[in-house]
Design a protein around this ligand. Sequence first.
Ligand code: NAD
Length: 257
Amino acid sequence: MPLTLVTGSASGIGAATVQALQAAGHTVIGVDLRNADITGDLSTAAGRQAIVAQALERSNDTLDGLVLCAGLGGQTQPASLVTSVNYFGAVELLDGLLPALQKGHKPAAVVISSVASAMLPWEKNPLAQALESGDEAMASAIVMGAGEQGGNLAYAGSKNALTVAVRKRASAWGQAGVRLNTVAPGATETPLLQAGLQDPRFSAAIQNFVAPLARRADPREMASVVAFLMSDAASFVHGAQFYVDGGIDAVTRPTQF
Ligand code: NAD
């Protein structure tokens, strides 16, 4: 039975992923701020280190799977929390848990990015250098200095850098025998989306963000793709970003893929 760690397990896409993985035979260790096997805070370096340490202790240093769903929406205040959780809360777990995954059976990892990762390209991402170099204070300062645009910048910039971080790890992780992919959801009915809809700064943009399939996703529609990527059926899928967005990336960027 694969042993798989899932962050953001208490809500939304993470909770649906726990259910899908359990149905596929995984034993899941959930991580979240509350209502989880490991409770901890991914917004601080100390919190992330404590979560990695507890994960290694609980798994006896051997994991077969890792799914990183924890994240915050662009409406979060202060906006610097978004870069801390969405970028550092994912990348530091990837790097901290790779040795445990290397010891696992047919190991795989999936990181939940976003369709927003393609909206602020790496070359134009003001956060790219600070995030890639691990300078959390600099990333916070850039976001906090962006005023009204701080939330959008923090969300799109951190998701762009997160997908790049995964793709730049494809070589080392492939050689280590651990598959690693991202899922880029479009608008999905979760508390995160509801919080954005209730914020007057974001609600119109979210409402106007209509996919060709003309509805929002159910979290289970993300979880089924994650479960596929974690399964043997995806045994040659590595370093890929899967858009699960009802077609919105195709209409926004038809010539880029
Ligand atoms: P959600 O709010 O339902 O779930 C997010 C979970 O992350 C919550 O359980 C929350 O407690 C946890 N979390 C937040 N901050 C944390 C911290 N500091 N430490 C530990 N856990 C923390 O949201 P969701 O929509 O299921 O989001 C899951 C992922 O999907 C996020 O990375 C989000 O950016 C991404 N995403 C969501 C949508 C959408 O429309 N819902 C679209 C694209 C991408």
